[in-house]
Design a protein around this ligand. Sequence first.
Ligand code: ZN
Length: 133
Amino acid sequence: MIKKINHIGIAVNSIDEALGLYTDVFGLELEGIEIVEEQKVKTAFLPIDNTEFELLESTDKDGPVAKFIEKRGQGIQHIALEVDDIEKAIEEMKAKGIRMIDEKPRYGAGGAKIAFLHPKSTHGVLIELCQKD
Ligand code: ZN
């Protein structure tokens, strides 16, 4: 059901400030920057082999990424697992006793369908399911 790690989401105070590490130091290429209004976040994608880093900067002090940084500081915020059929994957997670933050998929960066698992069900790791069409 799970195909690969689609991306690793990293919460940063400022994409402008963090970007140099990924481009100048690591030599990765910036694929694009996108604002996802629904999640109050600006995202920058940097592909690496068959996965990506997703840098996340909050656009609002009450957004989920701002709250994450407030509580835990900058760092890895979530890991995204790619699935073929997200509706089916959500049902399967629920059937296996996993608590979902999103019982229905919503739309993330790049128009992907996404749904988060509750960290209480995953030993503290925020896991995103994502389906790219
Ligand atoms: Zn993500």
